[in-house]
Design a protein around this ligand. Structure first.
Ligand code: GUN
Ligand code: FE
Length: 444
């Protein structure tokens, strides 16, 4: 790829807005030129300066009336569940039995997995999400289907085969041995291949035996740089069940900690019903939490304690997850719309800077990828999105009354969804463009 530039208002973060005020945290360039070479950002600055030194042969794509920001990061999502998003009526454990475990059995068919992976990746890009931590199914070929499609788009994705050897239908169970060996083979096949990263994925404590959790911990130790993901303290019935299943352990997170499944690159979804000891364990081990507001509301799971998690004296890494199909939208703008309300019900106020940070740089930090993605700076991979502030008639009307950038961003988070994504760039390539006849194209 040769050199190119993108021009428009740009927003990125210099510091954590949970610790610093707006001016210290936010880097806003009203008319920026972002120069990209071979998929990597090489220069960022005011367009007036950048254009003066840019070679006359370098193509510039200009987006007036838009905001360019780093691609969104979704730290917890299930690709097989796009076919059952919006499944009615149940809380977590019944919802899993009635809908999830039924849908996931369809993935015994590799062709089905390929079809759904194709739909899912396109919907992510349409929503402006450029990196995600993704649960596949128990079937190894569900991972092959996902990483193959991700490789075609050149997206940086984190994903893995679900491990579960109990409390699930026979057709979705692996064993301690097969779960270990299948995951190991997938690590060898995919981890570090292009931009793909492997995530060891014991589904949640109730569906793995202690022996399987220990095998997962051993596998993780044997493959430094890989990830671990699971569910944690999502629903009160689930938390009580874990207490019954693991009577020797002091808490839900202690089950994972005991098995060697906590630490940097461990990502736990939900973490709604957490006490101080649980947060302290995450802080001590460097484990990250994925806040999944649309899902926690849809399944009636509860309210995540964001400001407790981020407490300055023992901060925990927090990212934002959609948790589709428990979640109701792949758009992180919609996650932020609900995250704001969840914070409000908990007595706090999530600022637009904090929200946008969670969806970009904060997510990258939680996933330990903040030296590569989540920012618009020289040296960073050019995963960028172009946000259209006037995507709908109501947004256009409402934005005219915004008095400053903070209000503008807040309205974007409240009213915005996939319609607000004008374009998505992956490593510099415009893989999605809302206005193009062929909206999705693989990079050359
Ligand atoms: N806990 C175990 N599996 C799942 C799942 O697929 N979705 C959610 N939301 N919680 C889970
Ligand atoms: Fe989940």
């Amino acid at each position: 790829m040769t050199m190119q530039a993108i021009r428009g208002a740009a927003i990125t973060f210099k510091a954590d807005p949970f610790r610093h005020d707006w001016t210290e945290a936010v880097n806003h360039i009203p008319d920026a030129l972002i120069t990209i070479e071979d998929g990597v950002i090489v220069a960022v600055g005011p367009a007036a300066e950048g254009l003066a030194t840019l070679g006359a042969d370098v193509p510039v794509t200009h987006y007036p009336d838009a905001i360019i920001c780093p691609g969104f990061i979704d730290a917890h999502v299930h690709y097989p569940q796009v076919q059952m998003i919006g499944a009615f009526g149940e809380q977590l454990l019944e919802w899993l039995e009635k809908y999830t475990f039924v849908a996931e059995q369809d993935f015994a068919d590799a062709g089905h997995a390929e079809t759904v992976a194709g739909v899912f990746l396109r919907e992510l890009l349409r929503a402006g999400t450029t990196t995600a931590a993704v649960y596949c199914t128990v079937h190894p070929h569900s991972v092959d289907a996902f990483f193959a499609e991700s490789s075609r788009f050149n997206t940086r994705m984190i994903a893995g085969k679900v491990m579960m050897d109990r409390n699930a239908p026979e057709a979705l169970r692996d064993t301690v041995e097969s779960g270990y060996h299948d995951s190991k083979a997938l690590i060898e096949k995919w981890h570090g291949k292009g931009r793909q990263l492997y995530c060891i994925t014991p589904r949640f404590a109730p569906s793995s035996s202690e022996a399987q959790l220990e095998a997962a911990g051993r596998l993780w130790r044997e493959h430094p740089g890989t990830y671990v993901q699971s569910h944690l303290c999502e629903n009160l019935g689930e938390v009580a069940w874990v207490r019954e299943l693991f009577p020797e352990r002091s808490s839900y997170i202690d089950v994972y900690d005991h098995a060697g499944l906590t630490g940097p690159r461990a990502i736990f979804g939900h973490a709604v019903h957490m006490d101080e000891e649980d947060f302290a364990c995450c802080h001590r081990t460097g484990s990250a939490l994925a806040h999944c507001p649309t899902s926690n509301l849809f399944l009636g799971s509860g309210l995540f304690k964001m400001f407790e998690a981020k407490r300055a004296d023992r901060p925990v890494h927090v990212a934002l997850g959609t948790d589709v199909g428990g979640g109701t939208s792949l758009s992180q703008l919609q996650s932020l719309n609900e995250a704001y309300k969840v914070a409000k019900l908990g007595g706090g106020t999530l600022t637009p800077a904090q929200g946008l940070y969670l969806a970009t740089r904060g997510g990258a930090e939680a996933l330990r990828l903040d030296d590569r993605i989540g920012s618009i700076e020289p040296g960073y991979e050019a995963d960028l999105i172009v946000l259209d502030l006037k995507a709908t008639p109501l947004m256009q009307f409402r934005q005219a009354y915004c008095r400053d950038l903070m209000e503008t961003l807040f309205v974007l988070m409240t009213l915005g969804d996939d319609r607000a994504i004008r374009a998505t760039y992956i490593a510099g390539a415009p893989v999605y463009d809302r206005e193009r006849e062929q909206q999705f194209i693989y990079p050359e």
